[in-house]
Design a protein around this ligand. Sequence first.
Ligand code: GLU
Length: 291
Amino acid sequence: MPPTIPALPSQKIVRFAPSPNGFLHLGHAYSALLNFELAQSCGGIFLLRIEDIDTARCRPKFEAALYEDLSWLGLQWPDPVLRQSTRTPACVAALERLQSQDLIYPCFCSRSQLTAQAAGHDPDGAPLYTGTCKHMSPAQQSSEMKTRPFCLRLDMAKAARDGLTWRERDKLLAAQPELWGDVVLARKDIGTSYHLAVTVDDAAQGVTDVVRGKDLFASTHLHRLLQHLLALPTPTYHHHALLLDTRGAKLTKSQMSKPLREWRQEGATPQEIFAQIFAQTFAMTRQMRDA
Ligand code: GLU
């Protein structure tokens, strides 16, 4: 079970959920600070969640560094921190629920087959699946599953529902999960996926407001459908601009992606980091005004 958070009924719960696959930079600091400030401004709870399911890319040294960097910025969060890699049983339970509704199926296609068959691309640029494995008989599926690696895909034609919406700040948006086609919900290598794990964990932790970069906006179309299928609540979303998009501000792209720890080693203070972020967001606001 995730840590129990003693929240009041109307209290906001937000989370910063980095993947420890690199050092945090100014863009991460911005996202973390937006979450932290939102919680501070209304007596809410700021959670840190470590999204470490991608064992091929995540490293303990990046996880250790992110605690240090966030503490240095002055952020605080309740312990214990939820590590997504400990949540396999919850993801398996969610997959079983989808399976019982006949909404997922195993896929045995290799990467090169997927690329060759592609019917366009999903919002992440991955090939949209044409459904080669969808029509196997149950007997064929079980015999193949005994000998070949497989992922589990959502049968989007069966799963999609009309009329699903989510609240993006003060707007109500219509979800279009079809953009993702028969998306992978359980990868061959790790048995789950970002989309499934984040949806299940946000609900388990009672997250009321998801504040994250607009690079993840398209994912919300799918997360909203998964919430519906798994009978989970839908948080309010706030997808913020990415600092790296800024032009005209004083920082270059390489300064933007420079690890916080390097700024720190060069003698920067947290206040200087806040000032850099403020300068970038100010430049973004001016660009939007002048556009
Ligand atoms: N773990 C994801 C990342 O580091 C963020 C997930 C989310 O905020 O939904 O990009």
